[in-house]
Design a binder for this molecule. Structure first.
Ligand code: HEC
Length: 165
């Protein structure tokens, strides 16, 4: 049996987190985009979420929950930004791919500003985030693509896509 690709990506995020602690990361190949195809396996590069009959896949729904548990406090509701941290939807539309997203979430980032540092904390040791980086990405990508609005999304049951998630 083939391993579902989002599960593989979850495992990979943990590997990247471990590598980030010892070395400087992992190079992952860019792949063509074909988002939101419910007949294809869900994975963060090619098909980061699937919407069926107005309901989002369970992993992406989980991403909504994880985002609001760990990121919302700084990045605002639904990725829209706040005075603490930038909007995440614009960079995802304009330049941020999954690899850059994953590396930033795991390693964090620090920017020196005139009024002090604006810090993106590293989540590489936070099991509530690391394992779910592909889910959080799926949620933010669906937001950036205009597929989800800012509320709690209707979702499919866990396992509803039969091994494609
Ligand atoms: C303590 C506040 C804080 C929390 C919590 C936080 N961030 Fe950040 N994040 C920031 C700040 C500040 C920046 C901007 C850093 C900079 O300007 O380089 C940032 C930047 C980012 C970026 C880079 C955006 C870009 O344009 O390249 C990503 C991606 C990101 N955060 C994702 C997340 C995710 C996902 C979570 C939750 C798991 C999260 N952040 C939680 C403060 C936070």
């Amino acid at each position: 049996m083939e391993m579902p690709t989002r599960s593989a990506a979850r495992a990979a995020a943990c590997v990247v987190a471990v590598l980030a602690l010892t070395a400087s990361g992992l190079v992952l190949a860019d792949q063509p985009k074909a988002p939101n195809d419910p007949t294809q396996p869900i994975d963060p590069w090619d098909n980061p979420y699937a919407m069926v009959d107005g309901k989002i896949d369970f992993g992406t729904y989980n991403g909504f929950r994880r985002y609001h548990a760990s990121c919302h406090v700084c990045h605002g509701p639904a990725g829209l930004g706040s005075s603490f941290a930038p909007n995440l939807l614009d960079p995802i539309r304009e330049r941020l791919d999954y690899q850059a997203f994953q590396e930033t979430v795991i390693n964090g980032r620090q920017v020196e500003g005139a009024t002090g540092d604006r810090v993106m904390p590293p989540f590489g040791l936070d099991p509530n985030v690391v394992e779910y980086v592909p889910d959080i990405w799926g949620y933010l990508k669906a937001r950036a693509d205009g597929v989800l609005d800012r509320g709690r999304p209707d979702h499919l049951a866990k396992g509803a896509l039969k091994g494609r998630e």
